[in-house]
Design a protein around this ligand. Structure first.
Ligand SMILES: NC(=O)c1ccc[n+]([C@@H]2O[C@H](COP(=O)([O-])OP(=O)(O)OC[C@H]3O[C@@H](n4cnc5c(N)ncnc54)[C@H](O)[C@@H]3O)[C@@H](O)[C@H]2O)c1
Length: 343
């Protein structure tokens, strides 16, 4: 039985804990949070212990795996210390704030011969696996033009907007989309151009944020093989503005997009059981129903378990997380400089 420490008992910490406890061979041994009431609530629910801080949690007896669910600014410190204590690591996205931090995490994992995974779970979701199958069946042709669009009111969690915590909305969100584009195309990024802005400044909800990260961007990225990804992202709309998001893939032979009949204003991660993928190609139009399967990090949990047992590399390996981070940082540099950035 593998023992798990949950670092951070907010939304993702609770999802990680549920994901681990759903596995036959794993159980949560200890949890910790800056807010003792959150740690107490989760430990009570799981019948697990509580540690005073993450340093104590990672060295707790019986801990084999550390699940990191705190803001991005703390990912590297916790992951490196956990690896040096011989613990496997499941780290939330974005992997880190800088490539130097990501490199330290990967080096510590290698030096201590532990598995390091980053939670880019979108590639495991039913609707995106459905899109991938359509691509692999040749129904869209190549090259692919992928369009992700996500427009939302200012986010309720200040860490999402704060450059020093999660890096700001572009840093926080686009890594999932970059990872998906690599999954769909099986190609690597070549260069990026982008423009961006901060819409969140002056919004009442974000009054206490002093260091705003970019929350609004248009990003165009070229991939090997001639594939193109464009992302329109805005997490700075006024409170109460209905959000919407689209995921659409165009190819010379067809077009595929996600559609949720009951939730047209859904967020990328939130779907109802009416989610499906529509494909329009030379055979006409077809709608393929998908599982809502918003299983959060559970796919990453399962693959990390397998990697620990067999030594096989997880799809969510730290190196994948680092590539997504490199794409994020190149996009931010493109926004800041107005230049095309080679990746
Ligand atoms: N994979 C995904 O789809 C996804 C979705 C949302 C968030 N995330 C990521 O998950 C992480 C956590 O996000 P969240 O939405 O759960 O945030 P949250 O605010 O709900 O929870 C974070 C918790 O960490 C605690 N915390 C902060 N610093 C700490 C520290 N040093 N030691 C102990 N506890 C600490 C906070 O008190 C809070 O309870 C972030 O890295 C975020 O980017 C990933």
């Amino acid at each position: 039985m593998l023992g798990v420490a949950i670092i951070g008992c907010g939304d993702m910490g609770r999802k990680h804990a549920a994901g681990w406890n759903a596995q036959d061979g794993a159980t949560v041994v200890t949890v910790c949070d800056h807010h003792p009431d959150r740690a107490d609530a989760l430990s009570g629910q799981l019948n697990a212990g509580v540690s005073r801080n993450w340093q104590e949690a990672i060295t707790t007896q019986g801990v084999d795996i550390v699940s990191i669910c705190v803001p991005v600014c703390d990912h590297a410190a916790v992951a490196v210390a956990a690896a040096n204590a011989g613990r496997h690591v499941l780290c939330e996205k974005a992997m880190a704030l800088t490539l130097a931090e990501a490199d330290q995490m990967i080096a510590a994992a290698k030096a201590n011969n532990i598995q390091l995974s980053v939670c880019h779970q979108y590639r495991a979701l039913s609707r995106f696996r459905t899109m991938k199958r359509l691509i692999d069946d040749g129904r869209l042709g190549a090259p692919l033009y992928i369009r992700f669009s996500e427009m939302r009111e200012v986010r309720p969690k200040l860490a999402m907007h704060d450059r020093g915590l999660n890096g700001g909305p572009v840093h926080d969100m686009t890594g999932h989309l970059f990872d998906l584009a690599r999954y769909f195309t099986e190609a690597e990024p070549v260069s990026v151009t982008a423009t961006g802005a901060v819409f969140g400044r002056g919004k009442a909800r974000l009054e206490s944020v002093s260091d705003f990260g970019i929350d609004t961007a248009e990003i165009a990225m070229r991939f090997t093989g001639g594939h193109v990804l464009t992302i329109g992202l805005n997490w700075g709309l006024p409170e109460g503005t209905p959000g919407h998001c689209h995921e659409m893939i165009h190819g010379p032979e067809g077009v595929a997009f996600c559609q949720d009949a009951e939730a047209p204003d859904r967020f990328l991660g939130d779907v109802s059981d009416t989610i499906g993928v529509v494909i329009k190609d030379r055979n006409g139009r077809e709608r393929i129903a998908c599982d809502p399967d918003d299983e959060g990090p559970e796919a990453c949990v399962r693959q990390l378990m397998r990697a620990i047992r067999t030594g096989e590399r997880s799809d969510f390996d730290g190196r994948q997380g680092r590539i997504a981070l490199r794409m994020i940082l190149a996009s931010l540099t493109a926004i800041e400089t107005g230049q095309t950035i080679t990746i």
